[in-house]
Design a protein around this ligand. Structure first.
Ligand code: FAD
Length: 445
């Protein structure tokens, strides 16, 4: 009798450099690959609309690749603890392997499942695959975690270099009878009424093969200009790898080793370092999306929300061309250039005086790369309440930012040609109001 191994896929929708999958192959028994859509376990954040679109297509691609190699991908929906336990019982699996997750609720779920399965005599192993450095391994001299990026990244680079990526398997033997699977279409991850995903389809092809192709293309064609032009949204020289890393279609180890083989990749790799920093911050501060890291910001006097202002920002109808261009790019493609993310976030928080959490929620729903760490981390960075954050009094002026980073107006004319001409607020007055509010917060300490 064979005793299959279960590989539980989560935010690692790839075959290459997948240590959990590799361990199952090495065990030499048939493999059951499973993905669980968990919308029930407490504490998990429901996926946003753009993320659901990406997940659908990435799962379809992964399933095809597994089937080409002789296996199958089992799709199940429900609380992960129940679903995995059922699958173990149904299949007689004696081993369950997965790659680690770092969010608070996810860690609780995984720890509980590990304990329960081990109590039943099932072998359970977890692996490092989504971060280059495990959060508990990067420590200050006094043993605490870092709250400033530069020393954090220096400490990471002083650790043993990230391991080489593992090769992709060419064969995957499934059990003689594949366990029942949900139909992906029944999960209704794609928008239908209305189908707003046309712009996403134009821009993206989710899945591991396209992710690897983009990595190669970026290193060949764009990396050389990355240092000088990465802040210009119209230059198109950034990697566009964020959704690939978010969904684990590419591992950071693969990116790391491919990039270090190229001259002048230090700046790009330090951006990968910011991703690590965001995840390490989430590991140590699991309430990142809801609570200010710097508690003094709890006293910030946010005025009552004006829904029309929030809606104007969301729709790209603020009358500030660079902001409107960014918000329209986001709505159309599920993506926004980093510089413009900073500008639009600053405008919402500091010119419209809207709590950063409302903006974070909108990005969460509309970004294809929205993740539990990078999104709230960066919103808190702009708000001034986060780790190594921009000081609150640094208010981006979107007009100056446009002059500096969109000199020829290419980006604005691509996305905001028909945007309103009249600004909904005065930049100078609202900047002053924001600084006054900040002073009030400081005085209330
Ligand atoms: P590149 O410049 O090519 O960078 C390479 C990789 O480094 C990125 O793919 C990404 O994985 C990582 N990276 C770069 N900058 C950052 C950063 N500041 N923080 C964390 N990782 C970074 N990034 C997300 O992946 N998911 C999010 O939900 C997200 N939300 C953001 C919200 C705000 C308000 C801001 C200001 C930034 C946010 N970012 C987020 C970070 C950054 O904007 C994107 O990672 C980047 O624009 C993706 O484009 P790229 O892949 O071409 O980046």
């Amino acid at each position: 009798m064979s005793s299959p191994s279960i590989v539980w896929f989560r935010d690692d929708l790839r075959l290459a450099d997948n240590p959990a999958l590799r361990a199952a192959i090495d065990r030499g028994e048939p493999i059951i690959a499973v993905y669980v859509l968990d919308e029930e376990s407490p504490g998990l954040r429901m996926l946003g609309g753009a993320a659901r679109w990406w997940l659908h297509h990435s799962l379809a691609s992964l399933r095809e690749r597994i089937e080409e190699r002789g296996g199958s991908l089992v799709l199940r929906r429900g609380a992960a603890a129940r679903v995995i336990a059922e699958l173990v019982t149904q299949t007689g699996a004696r081993a369950v392997f997965w790659n680690r997750r770092y969010g608070g609720p996810q860690r609780e779920i995984d720890t509980q499942i590990k304990t329960d399965l081990r109590d039943d005599g099932v072998e359970v192993r977890s692996f490092a695959a989504s971060l280059l450095f495990e959060p508990w391994t990067v420590r200050t001299g006094s043993g605490t975690h870092f709250s400033v990026f530069t020393p954090f990244w220096r400490a990471c680079l002083a650790l043993p270099a990230p391991r080489a990526p593992l090769p992709e398997p060419h064969e995957l033997e499934g059990p003689s009878r594949a366990p029942a699977s949900d139909d992906l279409d029944d999960w209704s991850l794609l928008p239908t009424a209305p189908d707003w995903a046309g712009g996403l389809r134009e821009m993206w092809e989710p899945g591991e093969p396209a992710a690897r192709a983009r990595l190669r293309e970026f290193l060949r064609d764009d990396l050389a200009q990355y240092d000088t032009a990465r802040d210009e949204p119209a230059a198109g020289v950034t990697s566009l790898l964020s959704p690939r890393l978010r969904w684990g279609e590419l591992s950071p180890f693969t990116v790391w080793h491919a990039a270090t083989a190229h001259e002048g990749s230090g700046r790009f790799l330090s951006e990968i370092g910011w991703r690590e920093f965001a995840w390490h911050t989430l590991f140590h501060f699991p309430q990142l999306a809801t609570r200010n890291i710097r508690a003094e910001f709890d006293a910030f006097p946010w005025p009552r929300l004006k829904p029309t202002r929030l809606a104007a920002w969301q729709r790209g109808e603020t009358g500030i061309p660079l902001v409107d261009a960014g918000m329209r790019e986001l709505w159309h493609t599920g993506f926004m250039h980093n510089r413009i993310r900073m500008v639009t976030a600053s405008f919402l928080i500091k010119n419209l005086l809207v709590d950063w959490r409302r903006g974070e929620e909108w990005f969460w729903d509309t970004l294809v790369d929205a993740d539990d760490a990078s999104n709230p981390f960066n919103w808190q960075w702009v708000a001034g309440s986060g780790a190594d954050a921009a000081p609150y009094f640094r208010v981006f002026n979107p007009e100056l930012q446009a002059k500096k980073f969109d000199r020829d107006g290419l980006y604005v004319s691509q996305w905001a040609r028909d945007a309103p001409a009249e600004p909904i607020v005065d930049l100078g007055e609202t900047r002053k109001a924001a600084l006054d509010a900040y002073e009030q917060m400081r005085r209330s300490r």
